[in-house]
Design a protein around this ligand. Structure first.
Ligand code: CU
Length: 139
């Protein structure tokens, strides 16, 4: 019992260091994850500009209000290019990539490491060109 308490104590200490590293703001001992909700309707994201902090972990909760499928792909231009020209029909395994079936809600978690600009978008055929994209400023 005493040993378990000691382990819990060191876990809290580690969490404090992590929170200090990303600017704080999280609850003590809890993972610092911010949820950003994005709606999709008429093949458009409800937001096209998102601001995050370097080191911040974000849970993207995407609600698809359309009768067709969409997806959310988070990453740099190379990642977007890969998916725009790629053949992956479904996304589930990589952080920051999720398919969202018609009328459903799906989530993906992504950690932004360095300052700069990232992109998000949907690469189902024609959707990116139609305007299903936005920028994420990491600063
Ligand atoms: Cu789409």
């Amino acid at each position: 019992m005493r040993g378990r308490l000691a382990i819990a104590g060191s876990a809290v200490a580690v969490a404090v260091l992590v929170l200090a590293g990303c600017g704080g703001g999280g609850r003590l001992g809890a993972p610092h994850v911010r949820t950003i909700e994005i709606d999709v309707h008429y093949s458009a994201f409800s937001t096209t500009a998102i601001d995050v902090r370097p080191g911040e972990t974000v849970r993207f909760k995407v609600r698809n209000r359309d009768p067709i499928a969409h997806e959310l792909i988070v990453g740099d231009q190379a990642v977007q290019d890969y998916h725009e020209h790629g053949t992956e029909a479904h996304h589930a395994s990589r952080p920051g990539e999720v398919s969202v079936a018609a009328g459903s809600t799906a989530e993906t978690v992504y950690t932004f490491i360095s300052r700069g600009t990232a992109l998000f978008g949907c690469h189902l055929p024609g959707h990116w060109a139609y305007g299903m994209k936005g920028t994420i400023t990491v600063a």
